[in-house]
Design a protein around this ligand. Structure first.
Ligand code: AMP
Ligand code: ZN
Length: 113
């Protein structure tokens, strides 16, 4: 899609701090990290959100799900990580190209004090 930020990153038109790439997906560091490690896994195919998936995307989605643990392991997230997919306005999906956030190395101080 011509006017899509993540399509442009996937095509190399806009630079990114790349972590992993194959024929179907690209993974790069988030520009405004919300955790010490914060990367995005993006399918190269333009899919707007989870709402736009069809059965044709089943292989692609399973490819992503199976790659998450490999990428997490490469990033040293041996103690766990959070995986987030925002869908639509109420979830504050800002980039309208499906992406999976992976966040790691966070230290929660809870309970406070
Ligand atoms: P979401 O709110 O789920 O749509 O998340 C979009 C994410 O893309 C945010 O965490 C942004 O910080 C991130 N982002 C926006 N522009 C870029 C960029 N050029 N390179 C890397 N990450 C970006
Ligand atoms: Zn796109």
């Amino acid at each position: 899609m011509s006017d899509c930020l993540f399509c442009k990153i996937a095509e190399g038109e806009i630079p990114s701090k790349k972590v992993y790439e194959d024929e179907q997906i690209i993974c790069f560091h988030d520009i405004e990290p919300q955790a010490p490690v914060h990367v995005l896994i993006v399918p190269k195919k333009h899919i707007r959100s989870l709402d736009d998936l069809t059965s044709e995307d089943a292989d692609l989605m399973s490819h992503i799900m199976l790659k998450i643990k490999d990428i997490a392991s490469e990033l040293g997230l041996d103690n766990g990580y959070r995986t987030v997919i925002n869908t639509g306005e109420d979830a504050f999906q800002t980039v309208k190209h499906l992406h999976f956030h992976i966040l790691g190395k966070r230290k929660l101080t809870w309970p406070p004090g």
